[in-house]
Design a protein around this ligand. Structure first.
Ligand SMILES: Cc1cc2nc3c(=O)[nH]c(=O)nc-3n(C[C@H](O)[C@H](O)[C@H](O)COP(=O)(O)OP(=O)(O)OC[C@H]3O[C@@H](n4cnc5c(N)ncnc54)[C@H](O)[C@@H]3O)c2cc1C
Length: 394
């Protein structure tokens, strides 16, 4: 993108006009449409009432904010990564935070790996999900580990005639029980080149889910395969090439994921600033206390730095550059910064910081997950260190 040339000279970074408009559109939508509805819900609710959601989704479609990560050819908005980051950041500035952009008002992008499938697979699975606004899951993690799936995947897929038979368990799978279909990785042979991606149609027998309660109300699921049959036409990509299909997508996915955490932290900081301006202790406003000023200043400084890393990673990806290391740096910096900022904001609000009446305690819990999901901080640091030091362990 030519207009983002300025990002190369970070000192003179300026958001291009079309992205400023996108940011403003999402911001207005969140303030005018989503916030008033959320205010009426129970503090830990994770879904808007169906009628309200349908009304908001119709508006989002009109605004061109539908499934922003999915290609236009299949009914999505087809935003580039920078655009996706803007939407992720702005749409996370609400009580429900970042786990589903705009609480589902912008639809639910199917796992982007599906667009690496055949035209028939895309037509049969992705297009109807986008059209109807339905969720689809992505299942790679297993009880044996999620950080290192190439070694940890034990779910087996055995070829029997014109189908594969899957047996095994996936864990922590978001939306598994709310989806008609999803993509799961299973072992068809030894090693990294022995893992294959399969489309899982939940209408077929042999698959079941079980909720896993976690730190937030929106819980993931276990996904069990018991002699679950996948027809050959639902093998996604080449047999044994599951990771080849997904590696780049996982890297790119970390960038809007990181941007969403910055939206939460920015919203928290705005609440803390308002609070500090109004609340007095020992005869002076909190805003006049250096201890509070520094918490606010440090938060702003760290947020600005993290945002530049996130936007720069997205900008590079949009220019076709390899961002494996940039995405890891951005993910660690943004998720850890956001966690620190919300923690400070809670401190500034005192008791009200942890009250369920305010969104801060909910954001604090959600952000705790963000340092683990999409690859834990330590694994991202490992990627950066390996790039600098070379891969030293075999
Ligand atoms: C709410 C939620 C939703 C999720 N949704 C999905 C989903 O939809 N689909 C899906 O497939 N997965 C999902 N996950 C799983 C998530 O991706 C994994 O939890 C994550 O990758 C870590 O895997 P693990 O939990 O098995 O931890 P492990 O891999 O066992 O790692 C445990 C800890 O060990 C440390 N560690 C690991 N490797 C290293 C290293 N090389 N160096 C130093 N320290 C290390 C880290 O601190 C890490 O947190 C979700 C998880 C949660 C909590």
């Amino acid at each position: 993108m030519e207009q983002v040339q300025a990002a190369a000279e970070l000192g003179s970074w300026e958001m291009p006009g079309e992205l400023r408009m996108l940011e403003e559109t999402v911001r207005r939508f969140m303030r005018q449409e989503v916030a008033p509805l959320e205010d009426r819900l129970e503090h830990d609710a994770y879904a808007l009432p169906p009628a309200d959601l349908a009304r908001l989704q119709a508006k989002a479609r009109e605004l061109g904010l539908w499934c922003v990560q999915s290609p236009e050819a299949y009914g999505g908005a087809g935003l580039n990564l920078l655009g996706q980051c803007i939407v992720a950041e702005e749409s996370a500035k609400c009580r429900m935070g970042a786990y589903i952009p705009a609480c589902g008002a912008f639809g639910f992008d199917p796992p982007s790996i599906i667009f690496g499938g055949t035209p028939e697979q895309i037509r049969k699975y992705a297009v109807p999900a986008i059209e109807r606004g339905e969720k689809a899951f992505f299942a790679i993690s297993e009880p044996g580990g999620g950080s290192d799936p190439a070694r940890a995947i034990q779910t087996r897929a055995e070829r029997v005639g014109d189908h594969y038979v899957l047996n095994g368990t996936k864990i922590w799978i978001t939306a598994a029980s709310e989806s008609r279909w999803g993509v799961a990785f299973a072992r068809t042979g030894p090693g990294r080149d022995g893992v294959t991606a399969f489309i899982i149609n939940m209408d077929r027998p042999g698959v079941s889910t079980k909720v896993i309660p976690v730190i937030r109300a929106y819980a993931p699921y276990e996904l069990h395969f018991n002699d679950y049959k996948v027809p050959l036409e639902d093998v996604l990509g080449e047999v044994g090439k599951g990771f080849a299909l997904v590696d780049r997508l996982l890297v790119h996915g970390r960038v809007p994921y990181a941007a969403g955490t910055l939206g939460i932290a920015q919203a928290a900081l705005e609440i803390a600033i308002d609070w500090a301006r109004q609340r007095s202790t020992f005869g002076a406003l909190l805003a006049d206390r250096q201890a509070v000023q520094w918490m606010i200043a440090d938060s702003e400084i760290e947020l600005r730095a993290a945002r530049l890393l996130v936007y720069q990673a997205a900008w590079k990806a949009d220019r076709g550059q390899d961002i494996k290391v940039d995405a890891s740096i951005a993910k660690v910096c943004a998720t850890e910064t956001a966690g620190r900022v919300v923690d400070r904001c809670i401190q500034i609000l005192g008791g009200m910081g942890v009250a369920c009446e305010m969104p801060l305690e909910r954001w604090y819990r959600e952000l705790r997950i963000k340092r683990i999901g999409e690859g834990p901080s330590e694994v991202q640091r490992m990627v950066v260190a390996r790039h600098l030091l070379g891969n030293r362990s075999k």
